[in-house]
Design a protein. Structure first.
Length: 341
């Protein structure tokens, strides 16, 4: 019972009650969704055993397995998406993934109407976000695959804004995977794409600068980032405004302007913005990178990176861990003399 409860993500007491009540059990809709998902994952032999048990009890699988969602399924599905967003904002990847996967695997797209397809595409997009934040970027079970699958459904539904947002997410995956030129080009196109909101266009512009900065083109990157900062201020996007200061700080560090880099990092730290572990790790990593570039603050820089790495490891942020390790190795390869000015 403990094993079955753990597999389903429910309390042991719940399974005990099912065993005690037997055929009189009437699970809640969300619990029934979990059970149906577990059934859908069985191999053919498991399904046959299940049907044999039902036949001996005089029941039919028709009474147990639904061919498509009911109205209350949509309500619970929507609630679980919101719960997954909240869990993901805390980098509780396991809880968020469990909430999403119970719906993503319950029905095939062919069994869903437009409302169900919309929820399926949103669920698949959020699964891609989780995979991206975990650093699972490419391959069959990756962020890139989830984003591509969701894009197909949003195209089918005729929702261009969602399609464009996924194009932006796929450009992020290209950048994170090392295709900096391709990402910069795609960001530049999307920064002028009328399908996107003003905020998303500004984010695309900022990320053009990020991709250029990573190629060592600091002088080209900085005006784009500064323009994005002014745009975020105009539309009152505090978190994006703070993030843009952080990225501009790294561009100035790359150009050797340590005084300005330090000032911009201080602005990003004092601006507040996001309080999620991911935001904290990104900011601490950027701060540590700047501190390593000054002989007088090397120890502080290593300490900041160590703290960021510990948080990233706690929450399973493998991409952030790789970035931190790359900064450390670059510092060591330079004999402890990287970008000193």
């Amino acid at each position: 019972m403990r094993g079955f409860a753990a597999e389903l993500g429910v309390a042991v007491r719940t399974v005990t009650n099912w065993e005690r009540l037997g055929a009189q059990t009437r699970p809640r809709p969300d619990t029934q969704a979990i059970l149906d998902t577990a059934l859908s994952r069985l191999d053919p032999a498991g399904v046959l055993r299940f049907e044999a048990i039902l036949s001996r009890s005089g029941r039919s699988t028709v009474a147990v397995v639904q061919s498509g969602p009911h109205a209350w399924d949509y309500e619970t599905w929507t609630e679980d998406i919101e719960r997954a967003i909240t869990a993901a904002s805390r980098q509780d990847f396991t809880a968020a993934s469990n909430l999403l996967e119970r719906w993503r695997t319950r029905w095939s797209p062919g069994e869903l109407d437009d409302r169900g397809l919309y929820l399926f595409a949103r669920t698949t997009t959020l699964a891609g976000d989780l995979q991206r934040d975990r650093g699972v970027l490419l391959g069959p079970w990756s962020a890139a695959r989830s984003y591509a699958d969701a894009k197909v459904v949003f195209n089918q539904l005729g929702i261009p804004r969602r399609v464009a947002q996924l194009d932006l997410s796929l450009a992020v995956i290209a950048e994170m995977s090392g295709d900096l030129r391709g990402a910069a080009s795609r960001y530049e196109e999307l920064s002028r794409d009328g399908r996107l909101s003003g905020r998303d266009q500004l984010r695309a512009q900022l990320w053009v600068g990020t991709a250029l900065d990573k190629q060592g083109l600091h002088g080209e990157a900085m005006p784009l980032m500064a323009s994005a900062i002014r745009g975020f201020e105009a539309v009152d996007e505090q978190e994006d405004w703070a993030t843009a200061h952080q990225k501009l700080a790294l561009a100035h560090r790359g150009a050797g302007n340590l005084g300005e880099a330090t000032r911009l990092i201080s602005v990003a730290q004092s601006a507040g913005g996001g309080t999620s572990p991911l935001h904290q790790v990104r900011l601490a990593t950027a701060h540590g990178h700047v501190l390593l570039s000054d002989r007088a603050t090397v120890d502080e820089g290593l300490a900041a990176l160590g703290k960021a790495a510990a948080t990233a490891a706690t929450y399973g942020m493998s991409h952030q861990l790789r970035s931190i390790e790359g900064i450390r190795k670059g510092f060591e390869r330079g004999g402890g003399n990287t970008k000193f000015r």
